[in-house]
Each structure stands twice: as C-alpha cells, then as structure tokens.
Design a protein around this ligand. Structure first.
Ligand code: SF4
Length: 235
C-alpha cells in the first residue's frame, strides 16, 4: 500500500503542531528546497526512509483513541506522490490529519486539499524574492499558486514565516504581509528563528538581531492590522 513511504522519523506526541489536537508528527524524507536555516537538512535528500510503513501502521493502531491527529511534515511531505491517498487512509484509521508544507508541488497539494483538515504553510519570503531562501527557480510562483489553492479550498490553515535575520530584511517582512493580504490571507504567524548550534556568531548577537523584528512596534502593528489573526511565535 504505502510500503514506499519514506519515513525519516516520528515524534510520538505534540500539542503544538496541529492546533487543538494532541497529535504525532511523521517526518517524511525529501525536500527540493535548500533554506539556509533548515533544521532538518538530513531530510532534504530524496532517499528511502528509516522507519518501515508497517511500524507506522502498528503505531496508529495502538494510539487510536489516544491521539486526535497525525501531522505529515518533512522535508516537505508533498514530495511523496501518494500523499493524498495516505491522508485519506490515515483519516480512515480514525485520525484528523494536518500537513506542514511550502507548497512547492502545487498539483499534488491540490489533491491533498480534498482530504486534509489543517495546513501549516511556510511563507519563505516575498513571492518575488523566494529564491533567495529556497535556492530554487520559480519557487515563489509555485508557492503563490499553492496558497491560492489553499485559500480557495476552505481548509483551515496557518501561514507562517521564519523571521531569519540573516536572510530576511525588515522590508521583506512588510512585503510578505502585503503579498499575503492581497491574496486574502487571514491567519498569519511570524516565528522567531532558532539559532543552529553550528551557525556563526554568538548567542547574544544572534538574539539581538533576531529580536529586531519583534521589538519593532511599527512592524508589529502593521502586521496586526493586516490580518484577522496575527501572532508571534518565539523560539
Ligand atoms: S522547505 Fe523546510 S525542509 Fe525544505 S529546506 Fe526549507 S526549511 Fe528545510
């Protein structure tokens, strides 16, 4: 059935990855993008998984009635061509399903929107400047198409941006908000960038740079006024 599912890892319980749900996160191998701040670079390669599908099946059987939801994350789960069927199957096992994605494969994304209950969608940069984060051609165009599909589908969602001070400027954040507002986005989260241990610079400098977005009253009030639901997520 899904014996080729490239499972890179499972987080057996979380309350923060699928709003209103006690859920488990299944990380799938593979992502075509190369964001400089990626926290799962080992999941970028399109290789086989390390956990067999049978193990996930047994896990779901055991957790039925104990967990409300399953989140497919990555990497980017859209890389798995049978993701929509997998979502459908997971729902038949008695779980609500969420996905975390950047929306790069929008044709696969459209199929998933028929079944999925919630989408956490990463907005990497202003659409016109996506490549500076993803290092992939046309990625802004693909993300925009996927986001339009999401908004048209009526599926619950959160659009979020990792405010990496090394990669995004204050103007970028303003432009992101304008791009999203134009599409009709209502739910937006600006999330703090978590410092990777091998990144250059000391913690204090990084903390100060990182905070620059969040202590800027003009920016925060612009974001609050741009969206029906806006929040800040600290690392
Ligand atoms: S889209 Fe996500 S998984 Fe892919 S490189 Fe960027 S941060 Fe990493």
């Amino acid at each position: 059935m899904f014996e080729d599912l490239p499972i890179a890892g499972i987080n057996k319980m979380t309350t923060v990855d699928f709003p209103g749900h006690l859920s488990a996160v299944v990380f799938l191998q593979g992502c075509p993008w190369r964001c400089p701040y990626c926290h799962n670079p080992e999941m970028q390669k399109l290789t086989a998984g390390v956990i067999p599908f049978e193990e996930l099946k047994a896990f779901l059987k055991k957790r039925k009635g104990l967990l409300d939801g399953i989140v497919y994350s990555g990497g980017d789960p859209l890389v798995y061509s049978k993701l929509s069927e997998l979502i459908k199957w997971t729902k038949e096992q008695g779980f609500d399903v969420a996905i975390h994605t950047g929306g790069h494969l929008y044709e696969n994304f459209e199929k998933c929107l028929k079944y999925v209950d919630w989408v956490g969608f990463d907005m990497k940069a202003p659409f016109a400047a996506y490549e500076k984060i993803t290092k992939a051609k046309n990625s802004g165009e693909y993300a925009k198409k996927a986001m339009q599909m999401l908004l048209a589908s009526g599926v619950n969602y959160e659009i979020r941006t990792t405010a990496s001070p090394d990669d995004l400027t204050m103007d970028d954040i303003y432009q992101i908000a304008k791009d999203l507002k134009e599409l009709g986005v209502k739910n937006y989260v600006l999330q703090e960038h978590r410092h990777l241990p091998d990144e250059e610079g000391d913690e204090i400098t990084h903390f100060a740079q990182n905070s620059s977005f969040f202590v800027n009253k003009d920016l925060i009030s612009f974001l609050e006024n741009s969206f029906e639901n806006f929040s800040i997520r600290r690392a």
